[in-house]
Write a protein that binds this ligand. Structure first.
Ligand code: TRP
Ligand code: SF4
Length: 327
């Protein structure tokens, strides 16, 4: 039986961090066993926010792929590719742009939110409005059966289905199927300062973080603010350090919580222990990264192979589309 196809992507706008690991990558790695996976570096999407300083995009594209490989994305099984290297995405983006009513993109909630939220960049552009249209092209050009996404991306997937349906309806074809969402029920991981983990808050722990730097960040974390002395009983449910135990070491989280409540564990020791454990967790990733980075040529080759494979799949769909829209 042929495997169903999955497509997902990430924007290369920075180094990947623990939030990406628990929010997406762990899941991607698992999906490889049961799906024909296409994992895309969404560099056009990155350009929409990074256009003032585009030089970082290529650098992060490679760095992110190195992280994917280091956590267990297997290029022998899955297709790793760069969006901009498969020109068909833009062709389909243009076609979809012609047939998507303006009101559909204007009402996408992420669009309105981002315009309000993003202060350090000017994304009041024509390109950014079209963000979800390009995403629809990414997904539909591969006839993906399923798309692993977080909650915030669900409206984009809904729009993708609507655009596919509109195409099928306009041209009386059954060309696009409706991709399902594989909602990643990821545990919420906050940054070391207790806010959402995000590079713009400078509160991340990256996958390539050195052990020293991670140690410093973890020791700087706030704990239960009502706890001054070790003899004060702690409230692990109000402590971000404990939430890290929940996410990464769930089998031990209850024991830590009990010791904390009974004043048997001090915050300093608790954080030292977390830093040590996280270091164990990141060590193999760090080592794999180092090994991969020493053979950059190999990675570039593997991406090139992925680009060609993706291009072959994308051009098949484009051929069918051009039978309908012949210019
Ligand atoms: N918008 C996605 C994000 O920011 C990235 C992305 C681009 C994507 N194209 C995609 C995700 C296609 C899934 C499918 O996370
Ligand atoms: Fe948080 Fe650990 Fe301190 Fe308890 S002992 S408050 S879980 S850091």
């Amino acid at each position: 039986m042929t495997k169903k196809r999955v497509l997902s992507g990430m924007r290369p706008t920075g180094k990947l961090h623990l939030g990406h690991l628990v929010g997406a990558l762990d899941n991607w790695v698992k999906l490889q066993a049961s799906f024909d996976c296409f994992f895309m570096v969404a560099d056009w999407h990155a350009l929409m926010s990074e256009y003032e300083k585009p030089s970082t995009i290529r650098e992060y594209s490679l760095d992110n792929v190195v992280d994917w490989l280091s956590v267990g994305i297997d290029p022998e099984i899955s297709t790793i590719f760069i969006q901009s290297q498969v020109k068909e995405h833009l062709e389909l983006n243009m076609i979809f742009s012609c047939l998507t009513p303006l009101s559909w993109v204007e009402r996408v909630p992420t669009y309105k939110e981002q315009l309000k939220e993003i202060k350090n960049r000017d994304i009041h552009t024509y390109g950014f409005l079209g963000y979800p249209i390009l995403q629809a092209a990414d997904i539909l050009i591969y006839n993906a059966d399923a798309v692993p996404v977080g909650l915030d991306q669900l409206p984009h997937l809904e729009l993708t289905r609507e655009i596919g349906r509109r195409f099928n309806h306009l041209y009386k074809k059954d060309l696009f199927k409706e991709p399902k969402d594989l909602l990643t029920s990821s545990p919420k991981l906050l940054g070391v300062d207790g806010r959402k983990m995000s590079k713009s808050y400078d509160n991340t722990i990256s996958l390539s973080e050195t052990s020293e730097s991670m140690h410093g960040k973890i020791l700087s974390m706030f704990t239960d603010s009502t706890r001054i002395h070790k003899s004060d009983p702690g409230h692990p449910d109000k402590c971000n350090v404990h939430s890290y135990y929940n996410v990464f070491f769930p089998q031990d989280a209850a024991g830590i919580a009990a010791a904390c409540r009974q004043s048997q564990l001090g915050c300093r020791d608790c954080k030292e222990d977390l830093a040590r454990r996280l270091n164990e967790l990141l060590k193999p990733i760090r080592e794999k990264r180092k090994e991969l980075l020493s053979e950059k040529k190999k990675i570039l080759n593997l991406i090139e192979k992925g680009n060609l494979k993706a291009q072959a799949a994308a051009s098949q769909t484009m051929q069918k589309i051009k039978d309908v829209i012949a210019l």
